[in-house]
Design a protein around this ligand. Structure first.
Ligand code: SAM
Ligand code: SF4
Length: 465
């Protein structure tokens, strides 16, 4: 008999259907082009349509998919890339996820939780580099209840160094209950991110040993359903690619997005698609890893399938891959990333025993901003929508008719101007102002120029539309 909990929190992943769709080998150009057409109308795609795109394999059809993804990204997001940094708060963990160096049975990992003073120093270092947006990352442990997460969020917002301030704090932590979400929401969080890791249930059970909290697949699958019910309308989903067939995971992500959209009238704010990295005591199985060619396709297909969902590409990927896939639809990247505990004040190379996994892109924020500018992107530190309440369904109302560019481009430029004035190297500063002046010339909103002048003259900060 179906229980009330199963009715309220059903398993919306149809494993059999997704396996069948993911396994469909033959490409069908008619189906691919029909799906591209719908995606360019900015219609979210069904799992069947997404599977049709995933089956494309000839170079010509792949090129059509890439071109459409590029166009959709430009139409919906313009050429800006939002920048953030992860800040690891504590790596104590009661779980035993086989792929993660923080798993409880990994004895070589140095365990640590930032004290308030250490947190302050990390945030100051991030502000000194020019960051405005952070994601705080936690292991799952009784020492990290929602009260602790909320306190850490408040402490992070309270740190102000020079002209620096953190204006948006996102969270990546274990799924909470309703009261827990209410508590962290109260502290002013942005996105609450939970990765399902694998939507393929047998794989999920195999990598999250029975008897651990994380072994409860459905509790995690509905982690963000509860978040939404508790008032957190800004949520991020993700899958860890390399645990099982990557096409299955793409279809799992699309199913998850559609479930949230159907239930709450609005899909997830972001999707993450990390590829497995080596970690202390763990080396990914080569046969399961997503090749660079498939990764490019995965990013482009996701872009087409969920037109209004931000896509996050992290520093797990090396710089060359980040460069190559960014144009297909990525809207957020981290930069200047250190993922070992207290890493932002440590000099020297990252050390595996101190971090969750090995990262691929170790460049500084200034280097990445410089490269983005050179390659035609506008680096953005913008936090305006969230602070003006443009999230959840509200955000969709702005996003859908294409308004996003009218807000996002000018706001991106205003935050870029702040970065250039306050933190950039001389070379980045010069390159940045050239881009800024060119981009500003095309803006219609009469309020923009005045705000830009006020920033440039050094009088004010934190101005937005
Ligand atoms: N402990 C919480 C949890 O598991 O949801 C919070 C975050 S965990 C520190 C952040 C994410 O890192 C995980 O959800 C997982 O997808 C990813 N991760 C873990 N090990 C990884 C690895 N070896 N390579 C790449 N990503 C990894
Ligand atoms: Fe703990 Fe998260 Fe690592 Fe799993 S992925 S061991 S829950 S920190």
């Amino acid at each position: 008999m179906t229980t009330a909990a199963e009715i309220k929190y059903p398993d919306f992943i149809d494993g059999e259907l997704l396996s069948r769709l993911a396994g469909k080998g033959r490409e069908d150009p008619g189906r691919v082009r029909a799906a591209i057409g719908r995606a360019l109308e900015k219609e979210p795609l069904t799992v069947e349509e997404t599977a049709g795109l995933l089956a494309a394999d000839s170079e010509d059809l792949l090129e059509e998919i890439f071109a459409a993804a590029r166009q959709l990204k430009r139409d919906v997001y313009g050429n800006r890339i939002v920048i953030f940094a992860p800040l690891y708060i504590g790596n104590l963990c009661v779980n035993d996820c086989v792929y993660c160096a923080f798993r409880r049975t990994q004895e070589a990992t140095l365990r640590r939780t930032l004290s308030e003073a250490e947190l302050r120093r990390q945030v100051e270092a991030l502000e000194d580099a020019g960051h405005k947006r952070l994601i705080l990352v936690f292991g799952e442990h009784p020492d990290y209840p929602p009260e602790f997460i909320a306190r850490t969020v408040r402490a992070t917002y309270s740190v102000k160094k020079g002209r620096g301030a953190i204006r948006r704090v996102n969270i990546n932590a274990a799924p909470l209950d309703h009261d827990g979400y209410r508590m962290v929401k109260e502290a002013g969080i942005g996105t609450y991110q939970i990765f399902q890791e694998s939507y393929h249930r047998p794989t999920y059970q195999a990598v999250h040993p029975a008897g651990t909290r994380k072994a409860d697949y459905l509790y995690r699958l509905h982690g963000l359903t509860r978040a939404w019910e508790a008032g957190c309308d800004d949520v991020g989903i993700g899958a860890l690619f390399g645990l099982c067939d990557w096409k299955f995971e793409v279809l799992g992500l699309v199913s998850h997005g559609r479930f949230l959209a159907e239930r709450f009238g609005c899909g997830p704010h972001t999707i993450s698609f990390p590829r497995l990295r080596p970690a202390q005591g763990f080396n990914p199985e080569p046969g399961r890893l997503v090749s660079d060619r498939d990764f490019k396709k995965l990013v482009a297909v996701l872009r087409l399938a969920v037109p209004y969902t931000g896509m996050i590409l992290t520093a797990r990927e090396p710089a060359a891959i980040r460069r190559a896939v960014m144009e297909f639809g990525v809207s957020q990247i981290d930069a200047g990333t250190r993922i070992e505990l207290a890493g932002y004040t440590r000099k020297g190379p990252q050390e595996l025993k101190r971090e969750q996994f090995e990262i691929g892109d170790t460049r500084s924020l200034d280097e990445i901003v410089g490269e983005l500018l050179q390659t035609g992107y506008i680096p953005s530190f913008c936090t305006a929508c969230y602070r003006l309440g443009r999230t959840g369904v509200q955000f969709m109302e702005y996003a859908v008719p294409g308004f996003i560019r009218n807000f996002c481009t000018p706001n991106a430029l205003l935050t870029l101007a702040e970065y250039l004035e306050d933190y950039a190297s001389e070379e980045t500063r010069r390159a940045g102002w050239r881009v800024l002046e060119r981009e500003a010339a095309g803006l219609a909103d009469p309020r923009f120029a005045g705000r830009l002048d006020r920033i440039r003259s050094g009088k004010e900060r934190d101005l937005y539309l």
